[in-house]
Ligand binder design. Sequence first.
Ligand code: MG
Length: 429
Amino acid sequence: MTALTTPREPYAVMLETQAPWAARDGLRITRVRPVVTAPEGIPLVVVRVDTSDDGLYGLGCATFTQRFHAVAAAVEHHVAPMLVGRHPADIEDITRMIHLSSYWRGGPVLNNALSGVDMALWDIAGKRAGMPVYELLGGQVRAAAPLYIHAGQATVEETLDQAGQLMREGYRNIRLQVGQPGIGTYGAPGRRGGYPESPHPDGWDVGHYLRTTPELFARARQELGGEVGLLHDVHSRLTPKEAILLARSLEEHRLFFLEDVVAPEHYDRLPEVRAASPVPIAVGELLVSVQDAARLVLNQSVDLLRCHISAIGGLTPARKLAALCELTGVRTAWHSPGDVSPVGVAANLALDLTTPAFGIQEAHVYPDAVCEVFPGTPNPVNGHLHPSGAPGWGVDLDERLAAKYPPVTHLHERWAAGVRRPDGGLEAP
Ligand code: MG
């Protein structure tokens, strides 16, 4: 491609990536770059888009914590050169161009790079208008977003104690996970050497999990009462038939939702699982395509859709899914644990506040170090996330502080590489 520098626009632009229409004013994108920081020990990737208007910039979440180097390289070497010289208002065209320009589309690395740009452009649009992004999307349809939060400990007693404490802090919906022998179930500690007679003593046993999970929820209803919303994350480890068995065994405990019952390799079996399940089925954090997400909604695979929105390309695709959910009776529950940056949380919240399809929002309480690196970080208050009213996302990035927390290969990746059954066979994590 040809690089062209003109005296009027003192930055290199690619002719092929420029819009074939006149911009309304002289505002231009001047620089696009990734910033990686790990103030909580979890690598977070954020894209910063600067403009020709001094002080006007946007931030977007591009966090694929297990492959952060790859996302940063995609932004720096492939995406950024296409955007210099574009007007930042052309969000739909710019994001389609990024998506189509690689010819082979999508995947979590390129979608996260795309999301970083997409969200940054929405941030700029809000700042230009002096409006929060949720106002650009049509405005609030609720005052705040009710949250669910995680309780997961080694024993049932400890898990329910934690859940009780969280309820006293104002949470009305709790995800319960409990430890298992071996490596443990997802979201709770295991007991190393749990199967000493097995080829792999640190393995995870599906039979034990299917027997004990209903016991956890029976105890939870006894001790926490009938009003609290209870949720559970299988984390992809079951076959479709096992998923149906688990869902039926949980019917009397009235779960708010049962999450990720099968691995993405088996999503074509979700319609039969959902049809046979007496509890709502929530799926989506491992989706890396907005079209695949739409298929889950349209073929009746899910009661709640819960994408990691940077993994499908950002706010622009996610708001289309929210509209599809609204029209088809599906609810949203966007993925939002510690491997979503505070900028990504603000994007989740903008969707939560503006869509009638909202179901629930996952919570993460960011520690002080994250809040200092990202001024304006949304944190829970009395079990809810509230709008800040600030223009754009209302979240900033202190790059001087961010540099104090360099990223390292994270536990998430090492953990996912080591989930095995007692016979030693690898399991979906
Ligand atoms: Mg999950």
